[in-house]
Design a protein around this ligand. Sequence first.
Ligand code: CA2
Length: 165
Amino acid sequence: MKICYLNGPNLNLLGTRQPEIYGTSTLADIAALVRKRGADRNIEVGFRQSNSEGQLVEWVHEIATDYDYLVINAAAYTHTSVALRDAISGTQIPTIEIHLSNVYSREEFRHKSLIAPVCVGQIAGFGVDSYLLALEACVRLKKATNVAKTETSNGKKKKNPFDDK
Ligand code: CA2
């Protein structure tokens, strides 16, 4: 399985400022943690960061052909980017939205995510663990999707891979 993590604007500043909100780990520390967890589970992990919306859109297109899942911390673009939302829905890459902080306990403008409706789900508020939980979510999603595919070929209809009925 191949998973690519995309990180949006200013996440390259992690570990240098606002540790009370975002913790003390740098983005390089997080990349190393996620890659190690991936290697333990035989998962190939990509990890990228850009401050540019256009670059992130280009990467979504590329990742949709090269990887099985996208995990995205779109940072501020979460709340503003129609372009990223369209890239995810247009490519149909199964995507998990993540945030270090609990965006719902912060300013109101962070409560709205434009990408959430086109993602499989969202993980927010667990700090660095949000990144690791997303890897676990991809593993479970793959299992659930395989079951759903088998059941569909058996003639049973299953629209939601997590539906256990
Ligand atoms: O909690 C998250 O992961 C966020 O995606 C982080 C974004 C914020 O705009 C979202 O609402 C929630 C901000 C990333 C900027 O990170 C910084 C880290 C250190 C110093 C300054 C910014």
